[in-house]
Design a protein around this ligand. Structure first.
Ligand SMILES: NC(=O)c1ccc[n+]([C@@H]2O[C@H](COP(=O)([O-])OP(=O)(O)OC[C@H]3O[C@@H](n4cnc5c(N)ncnc54)[C@H](O)[C@@H]3O)[C@@H](O)[C@H]2O)c1
Length: 350
């Protein structure tokens, strides 16, 4: 066991104050899920250093944690960050993640998500930083053969975004074999919600996710578009698995603890197993906001399956992960608290 591993594994003996454990380099930690996870890690006693090029992230989202501005495609910059932070683990959120954009700019997606992640892994191998937690996605499955989706189901992404994530999943066993990098791959379903303390939330531009888009519509923006109302589902709209961002963050802490304890590399779904339809989401938004959500029908989008939700059995039984804020009204209520107090995101509070 090298000195980094020893530092990471330093026992906390229950007095989890900041800095009592080893450092975690959080790439993309100024973004939505990364910032919530960085907060959860600090709460759990880990020292966090954020590495982000701020292409989609926000300095304010670091909440005062050290932030190194840099690009994951820059091998030397990642190596320097690993040395300076003395990180023994990388949590890797940095990516581009718009499915539609990945169809029109696959070069950019392969460049950032594949080349950038391979550079990060190479930097880790060179610096002997041997633990990796990877943000993967349910998009690796493509059109599901059956639901709920289990990790053993075949992977056949139908867009470049999902392909870039699967490419890394496929590379990781080789990096483990050759360099000893153990990894946990977390396949998130639909990340949603916001920090219950109100310090962090979703601030994407453009905003493509259902819940914040519905807030925009309720606030007088463009009407919410429902893509397809003739699916074979109870109300005709698509069913998706919305998972609270603080539950995702908690899953990352558990993944890290598995690596610390010497656990083997693994892949896990992260979802609630309770899908909600688009109409149910809009109803929850109306309850939270207290106003109607103007909407209009739009045609189905190619590649949108009717029903997509996770089996979370594996992560529940192996990591003890049970979502604590799974109820749709909780997810939407937390998201609305952030949105209503930060109508312009991190830049200007309302
Ligand atoms: N949001 C979701 O519903 C969802 C679902 C499944 C998987 N994921 C994955 O989770 C991760 C985080 O998603 P998010 O919603 O927080 O996205 P986000 O855009 O809010 O955060 C990504 C962060 O990475 C940074 N970044 C991007 N490219 C970089 C680069 N080349 N170098 C350094 N930093 C870079 C951005 O500035 C941003 O802060 C992504 O890997 C995404 O693929 C997200």
């Amino acid at each position: 066991m090298d000195s980094r591993t020893t530092r990471l594994a330093a026992p906390d003996s229950g007095s989890a104050g900041f800095g009592t454990r080893g450092a975690v380099l959080v790439t993309g930690g100024a973004g939505y899920i990364g910032s919530h996870t960085a907060k959860a890690l600090r709460r759990a006693g880990y020292r966090v250093v954020i590495f982000d090029n701020l292409s989609a992230g926000h300095r304010e989202a670091a909440l005062g944690a050290p932030l190194i501005e840099g690009d994951i495609r820059d091998l030397d910059a990642v190596r320097r960050a690993l040395r300076e932070s003395e990180a023994s683990v990388v949590m890797h959120f940095a990516a581009r993640l718009l499915v539609g954009e990945s169809m029109t700019d696959p070069a950019g997606y392969y460049d950032n998500n594949v080349r950038g992640t391979l550079a990060t892994l190479e930097a880790m191998a060179r610096e002997k930083c041997l633990h990796f937690v990877f943000s993967s996605t349910c998009a690796v499955y493509g059109e599901p053969d059956e639901v709920p989706l289990r990790e053993t189901q075949s992977t056949a992404p139908i867009n470049p975004y999902g392909q870039t994530k699967l490419a890394i999943e496929h590379a990781l066993p080789h990096f483990e074999h050759a360099y000893g990098i153990r990894s946990i791959r977390l396949r998130y379903f639909n990340a949603a919600g916001a920090d219950p303390d109100g310090e962090l939330g979703e601030d994407h531009s453009p905003e493509v996710h259902v819940i914040p888009r519905a807030f925009e519509a309720a606030n007088g923006g463009a009407p919410f578009q429902i893509f397809g109302e003739d699916y074979p589902t109870p109300d005709g709209t698509c069913l998706r698995d919305y998972v609270h961002v603080t539950d995702l963050a908690d899953g990352h802490v558990r993944a890290l603890q598995r690596l610390e304890a010497g656990g083997a590399s693994a892949t896990y779904n992260m979802g609630t197993e309770q899908p909600s339809s688009v109409r149910e989401v809009l109803a929850a938004v109306e309850r939270a906001v207290g106003r109607p959500v103007p909407r209009r029908s739009a045609p189905r989008r190619p590649g949108d399956p009717a029903v997509l939700y996770a089996s979370a059995n594996k992560i529940r039984s192996e990591l003890g992960w049970v979502p604590q804020r799974a109820a749709l009204d909780t997810i939407v209520g937390d998201a609305w608290r952030w949105h209503s107090t930060h109508p312009h995101g991190f830049q200007r509070r309302g």
